[in-house]
Design a protein around this ligand. Structure first.
Ligand SMILES: [Zn+2]
Length: 341
């Protein structure tokens, strides 16, 4: 039987309708603001109400703020009183924004990229069943492009105002933090690739607490590295981002100094070294073997968590000609074999 022109048109129209129906039936298993990352995990764009609910919860990150954190994150004047954690939480809540359609499309493409790369590279992960993504202005975190807390990613206006490829890299980076936070055993294996070993979490004494610049992606001090300083001293140290001067305006990123808190003790049980009542802090430029440990794949070196988030993105985007391909090669092996049963 041949289809005549009119019937052919009708047939194609029905085929088209059928195609649209099947296609939307497949993709509409999820509402428009939800995108599937793996069989077990969905990425959900939080609306303003849900976003405020999420960011208003205090956690180990906010509870450990010191003086510099509170003053710099709330941008207070030098003669103003130091704000409280509640002030911080109220401020974050006031920075939550609604998504635009183009932002939704970009994030959808970023989730689809990560999902397809997980399959292509046989990466198998233990993830939360839902990862929320919240949009904020970013003013609450020194105009960072993105950050994470709990099981949610925050993407900020500056992070979202970017090309698709950059957003894919940003999303991959932030996704790593969620993955790392979801699976402590996995994190331990991954950090060992760059010479960091698990120990007990250090509660920072006041002298360190008040100068530290807290990172929501890595709020703990529970991984140390075996270091050698330029004068030949060997010691164990935990990485710290800190400021050498009080906050007097601008983004806290412009105050950032990097160093290691000297720790002592056998095995897992470490304690911060004290000298004349002060904690011992080794500036990064005094450490001789830092790049021997972490490699040269990334310049974003503020913390083992950030170094490996960058390596994770390099792996997912299949960057070639890396200075230290063995790091991403080993990372891939770990991600292929780690899934908890
Ligand atoms: Zn990060």
């Amino acid at each position: 039987m041949r289809l005549n022109f009119i019937h052919r048109k009708t047939f194609y129209r029905w085929k088209y309708i059928l195609f649209v129906f099947i296609f939307s039936a497949c993709s509409s298993r999820l509402p428009g603001n939800e995108y599937r990352l793996t069989d077990e995990c969905v990425v959900v764009l939080a609306d303003v109400e849900k976003g405020i609910e999420l960011v208003s919860v205090s956690d180990d990150y906010t509870d450990k703020f010191g003086e510099f954190d509170l003053r710099s994150k709330l941008l207070v004047e030098p003669d103003a009183e130091t704000p409280s954690v509640d002030d911080y939480l109220n401020n974050v809540a006031s920075q939550v924004r609604e998504w635009t359609d183009s932002e939704k499309e970009k994030i959808k493409a970023a989730v689809e990229f990560a999902a397809s790369q997980f399959k292509k590279l046989s990466i198998s992960l233990t993830l939360p069943d839902t990862i929320f993504v919240v949009k904020t202005t970013g003013r609450e975190e020194g105009n960072a492009m993105g950050y994470t807390r709990s099981n949610y990613i925050v993407l900020t206006e500056s992070g979202l105002f970017t090309f698709q490829q950059s957003l894919i890299s940003l999303f991959n980076h932030e996704l790593f933090h969620i993955i790392s936070r979801s699976d402590e055993n996995l994190r331990e294996k991954i950090y060992s690739l760059i010479g960091f070993t698990k120990c007990n979490n250090q509660v920072l004494p006041e002298d360190l607490k008040n100068i530290k610049i807290s990172n929501p992606d890595a709020p703990y001090f529970d991984y140390y590295a075996e270091l050698e300083t330029i004068d030949g001293t060997k010691l164990n140290g935990i990485m710290l981002m800190y400021s050498e001067r009080p906050f007097d305006g601008g983004s806290f990123f412009t105050y950032t100094k990097l160093g290691f808190i000297a720790v002592t003790g056998e095995g897992m049980e470490k304690a911060i070294v004290q000298n004349s009542g002060k904690s011992v802090l080794i500036p990064l430029d005094q450490v001789k073997n830092f790049y021997d440990l972490i490699g040269n794949n990334t310049h974003y070196i503020i913390n083992p968590e950030e170094i490996m988030a960058e390596n994770f993105n390099l792996l997912l985007t299949e960057k070639t000609n890396l200075p230290n391909p063995e790091i991403t090669d080993e990372l891939l092996k770990i991600l292929q074999t780690n899934k908890q049963k």
